[in-house]
Design a protein around this ligand. Sequence first.
Ligand code: ADP
Ligand code: MG
Length: 618
Amino acid sequence: MPSSALKTKRPIRIMPPELQNQIAAGEVVERPASVLKELMENSLDAGATSIDISIDQGGQGLIEILDNGWGMTPDELELALTRHATSKVTNIRELATIDSFGFRGEALPSIASVSRLTLTSIAQGEDEGFEVEVDAGRVVSRGPAALRSGTRLTVRDLFVSIPARLKFLKTPATEARRCQEAFFRLALTRLDVHLSFTSGGRKVFTFQADEPLPKRLAQAWPPAVTDALQPFDYRQDNYRIHGVAGGPQAAQGRGDRILLYVNGRPVQDKMLLRAVRDAYSGRLLSREYPQAVVFAEIPSQELDVNVHPAKNEVRFRNESAVFSAVRRAILSALEQTGPAAEYSRHAPSFDRNGSFDRGMPNPLGANSSNASQPFLGTRIGVSPGSDFQRRGECELPLDLRPRDTQTDEHWLKADAVASQPAGPSISQAPNAPAFSGPELYLGQLAETYLILRGEDGTLSLIDQHAAHERVLYHSFEQTGQRGDSQPLVSPLQLTLHPSEATQLQELWADLKLLGFDMQTPTPDTLSVRAIPALLTASRAKEYLRAAVSGQAKDIRGLWAMMSCKAAIKAGQSLALDEALSLLATWRGTPDRDYCPHGRPVRVSWSLGDLERLFKRKA
Ligand code: ADP
Ligand code: MG
């Protein structure tokens, strides 16, 4: 209990209106972005076909909004600033079928109580406008004012009178980004309205009236994302679910590109979010998020919109029906992208013919003497004599044992499979099986999986790409991967989408740490003079594209992407020493059972499993 509470009894009193509003503001006005949202909703509710918004200092210094809606008379203007005054509902039945954003009559008085607000408006058909100025909830001036049409609202010095609130705001850049996101979310619901957003004097978005959804999305999201969007329009029962959904191949490490709407209202809803993610299940890795814009149209009698002061939550009468409709709607979009898209980011197709580049520092280190490479200087196996790397040539570890008969049988079966036309191929380890730690390395399957036999007979397949990814990731984690940069003869040039330029700024320091030497001669061009030693120039370009499109949101994401790009690929044949070296290093790596994206590295069958598979035992 707060220490000052109830030391002496005080009389009960009705709160003065400013205090009522300031307390209500605690719920409605959390930060500048929530003010922007409320004001924009009011303009849309007033029938505006054009709305211009501009902010300064992340909205904390200034939020200004100008609309061409039907405006207010001087009397209405004063009323609008009074708590529980609204033109949008008159009785509780109307609330059930409400089609305006607002209905609580709380936003304007709340905002006015925690800022310096000027409200200017002219009602349709009037010659003169009217203006009221309010400072922390008290009217400080009122009178006629010039305005051509609609309403203009300026909100200055938000929360200056409430230091506790001010303290919770993030940097102006972060608050500006949140304002921008709030604007963008609402802008997608009203494609018929002309909208613009300016931040710190810079025009961020200009949306023309009646432009299609993809055009608006393309202003905010990079081409790598928008190109992969698939439209859908699905009906089930009385529901219509429409929008766009990104192909799994364009999934990203950030979850903020899933935008959900119910009857045109932006909502945050866990159930809807689960329905979207559920549709992608099996197509995405655990830390990947799809992009989707989902408009759910639900009969209003099946909905309760009055469950949250900021009105960004709703309640559904039949949750499971909505869940299933949304899930199926997304699935209908995904079916069009086809199963081929699944996992394509990790699939061999990325680098069919090749290998990590031989001219480059070899991440396996097998033919290289560069001890700074993650694979070098690692002892393989358990025997002190098994360190072939230092001996240079591919000599076998001393403790190699000849294959036993069981293994021969194994190879026989495997060969039989390999000889079938479309069957997987098994390439035998060049110098017969070799021990990798306590396990016997039997060879490579389909130039992708390393086959191991454990001492107890356990059969394991190791995904070579995933294993190498894990090893590289761990080495980045340990060293921070500083330096190791290689200069380019001719700099790489990339043209940047505005959203990519923003993302680049956020990742700039981390990318430098990884070894990129970059310049931006103009805001929308990136020139790269040096790249990490682990990448080729073309890989580096792909890497940067993916990074600025939002695939990685921090240094860990960048490491994971770098590991993926630099790791040996599926479909690449490995020499015995390479395979053993990889296995040995992988064995000494923490979290080795999963790759940085969360895919399994190893799949095993114990003898018991095999017996069950062959129905030798139940
Ligand atoms: P609500 O939107 O829930 O009704 P608000 O406090 O946001 O409550 O607004 C109060 C009233 O002020 C609205 O019902 C509306 O009549 C009027 N109003 C607010 N903004 C505008 C605007 N931009 N144009 C015309 N009328 C407005
Ligand atoms: Mg409102």
